[in-house]
Design a protein around this ligand. Structure first.
Ligand code: M1P
Length: 255
């Protein structure tokens, strides 16, 4: 039986739990565990559930499984710029619509030149990934291997490559109204200011949820979960791992 769209079948139909993907639901860029799937299925009997991540839907499907649109009430990719409710697509805005082709071209040209001049141990491919509501920029390139991404993360921690890159972009394009967010291991996201994870709240506003829980790992100021975690309508939880998330859920909802 497919779950009700009014959520009246839940013990707490006026409560929603939203999860960041990397960290709270899966280890970084890896896959959801059987245990977490079982926990979420139990939780869904209690309240409404959704995820909100920076990645695009294709990657979230890889991480959360092929039935993701069925297993979550709300699926928010690219912070909610691509959104689904009960498997149905909801309309949202796009990055090019906001920026315009000319300004976008100047930005990408600058990025590619900057990466070409970077002296780093390994470069692979897909340095700019164009998504619906943002671009994702990676100095090593998105199609590096898993060991290569771990190495890059360590190298970046030491050399602050991404931080310097972001400063260069802020200096070059001060009037673009963009936010730069270092959320993962090898890249950073670029999106119009305000299109952070709080963007997804626009899609649930009319549901008038009394409680909105959010689980994130980068909830500190400057982290890509900070804005939604500290939003006045949201009860934020900082977690270190999927196990941490499961523990808090079981305490909160007594199962
Ligand atoms: O969810 C956090 C980030 O995950 C990926 O980052 P990286 O590949 O650098 O680990 C990206 O999908 C990024 O967009 C996202 O914010």
């Amino acid at each position: 039986m497919s779950p009700s769209t009014t959520f009246a079948d839940r013990v707490h139909p006026d409560t929603i739990c939203l999860f960041d993907v990397d960290g709270p639901l899966t280890p970084a860029r890896l896959y959801i565990s059987k245990e977490m799937e079982v926990t979420l299925a139990e939780l869904r009997k209690k309240c409404v559930i959704g995820f909100v991540g920076g990645s695009d839907l294709t990657k979230q499907v890889e991480q959360l499984g092929p039935n993701v649109l069925k297993n979550f009430d709300y699926c928010f990719s690219e912070n909610g710029l691509t959104a689904y409710k009960m498997g149905e697509h909801l309309t949202s805005q796009g990055f090019i619509g906001y920026l315009g082709e000319d300004r976008y071209k100047k930005l990408v040209n600058f990025v590619l030149r900057y990466i070409a001049d970077m002296d780093i141990p390994v470069k692979r491919g897909t340095f700019v990934e164009f998504r619906n509501g943002m671009i994702n920029i990676s100095p090593i390139g998105r199609n590096c291997s898993h060991p290569e991404r771990n190495e890059f993360e360590k190298f970046d921690l030491e050399h602050k490559l991404r931080e310097k890159f972001v400063s260069a972009l802020q200096n070059e394009f001060p009037d673009y109204g963009l936010t730069y967010s270092i959320g993962g291991q090898i890249s950073f996201d670029v999106f119009p200011t305000g299109w952070d994870k709080t963007y997804c709240l626009r899609h649930i506003e009319h549901e008038n949820f009394k409680t909105i829980h959010f689980f994130g790992d980068k909830t500190f100021k400057g982290g890509n979960d900070y804005e939604i975690f500290s939003h006045p309508l949201v009860t934020g939880h900082t977690v270190k791992s999927p196990l941490d998330t499961e523990r808090i859920l079981k305490e909160l909802f007594s199962f």
